[in-house]
Design a protein around this ligand. Structure first.
Ligand code: FDA
Length: 305
């Protein structure tokens, strides 16, 4: 209930102005966002890679209807990738891109051309790109852009949301040789016609999707903080005869860092999704919606000022 409300306000310009206006908000946002600029993001990359973790960087922003802003986002990604190149991290530091930040709401062609620029910069830095998945209305367009990108940049990956009824079929088509798929539960407010609504149903769907990925020929990226699903991942990987380096775990910056480090220490590849930039509102509200305790933490911070 509270989660749905937060997801609804995550798209309200009025709520965006109100929440962003609290001076204390920044303090709470910092728990989930590495910082406002590229320097902050690079410091987080250093810290995490020194701790044997790998990263995917997300320049915050989404749902832009402004062509200039879309071009600025591309520039920010290319600059970041040019900065990463001499560090020689290779695919230990990749990037994640929301197509709606690079023009998908304006024109699919623009989003494709912009994504190509980011993929080319990633290739020059010996790394790759994973496309985030946004609300269900964008899935066909995102998968079509992915197909085009993979012709020139075959290692481009995509996030698939287990809560969508269509995802098992999408995964059967995607889990081919060379594909990279990030399996997530799904973070948007979706109608029952397209998505499972109950947590137990989403979790069961996640396991079905995971089985398809593990039995497929691609590289599964298991993006969850859920202990039960992590244990099931190990079982399904064993059943499918997969070695530990044939899939990876992914978690969000600031969430379950103890678990991230424990999995990495046990020999798994763990990639941390590191968001940075000043357009944090939508991302932040989705993190609050995932866990009511985060809202309590936010409200306590407001009261204590
Ligand atoms: P679940 O929500 O059940 O959480 C399991 C446990 O993890 C909780 O009990 C708690 O301990 C901890 N936890 C989870 N969320 C927390 C939070 N916000 N604050 C504190 N603790 C928390 N979604 C999407 O729709 N499109 C996308 O492209 C992506 N991309 C993406 C990349 C990566 C690397 C990750 C890890 C996740 C995404 N997501 C996403 C978000 C995803 O859909 C989902 O909303 C979150 O991962 C939370 O789901 P869990 O699987 O962690 O389970």
């Amino acid at each position: 209930m509270l989660g749905s409300l937060l997801l609804a306000v995550s798209r309200s310009p009025l709520a965006r102005r109100a929440v962003s206006g609290f001076p204390v908000t920044r303090h709470v946002v910092d728990r989930f966002v590495a910082g406002e600029d590229a320097g902050d993001a690079l410091r987080a990359v250093r810290r995490l890679t020194d701790a044997r973790l790998t990263v995917t960087l997300d320049h915050l922003g989404e749902e832009t209807k402004d062509a200039r802003a879309a071009a600025e986002t591309v520039k920010a990604y290319v600059t970041m990738l040019d900065t990463l190149r001499p560090l020689g991290l290779g695919d230990r530091a990749e990037v994640s891109v929301k197509l709606s930040a690079v023009g998908q709401m304006l024109d699919d062609r623009m989003a494709l051309d912009h994504a190509r620029e980011v993929c080319a910069a990633a290739r020059d830095a010996a790394t790759t790109v994973t496309l985030d998945m946004e609300d269900h209305t964008t899935v066909d367009s995102t998968l079509s852009i992915l197909r085009d990108l993979r012709e020139d940049f075959p290692s481009t990956g995509v996030a698939i949301q287990a809560y969508l009824h269509r995802s098992e079929q999408d995964l059967r088509e995607l889990s081919r040789e060379g594909s990279r798929v990030r399996l997530v539960k799904g973070a948007y407010r979706e109608p029952a016609t397209v998505a499972h609504q109950k947590k137990t149903e989403v979790d069961k769907a996640y396991v079905r999707c995971l089985r398809i990925l593990m039995e497929g020929k691609g590289y599964p990226m298991v993006a969850t903080h859920d202990d039960r699903l992590i244990s099931i991942t190990e079982l399904l990987a064993d059943e499918a005869g997969r070695s530990r380096d044939s899939f990876e775990y992914q978690m969000l910056y600031g969430i379950r860092t103890d678990k991230q480090e424990a999995l990495a220490a046990a020999g798994s590849t763990v990639r941390v999704y590191v968001p940075y930039g000043d357009d944090w509102y939508g991302y932040f509200m989705r993190r609050l919606a995932e866990r009511p305790a985060n809202v309590a933490f936010f409200l306590r911070s407001l009261r204590s000022k």
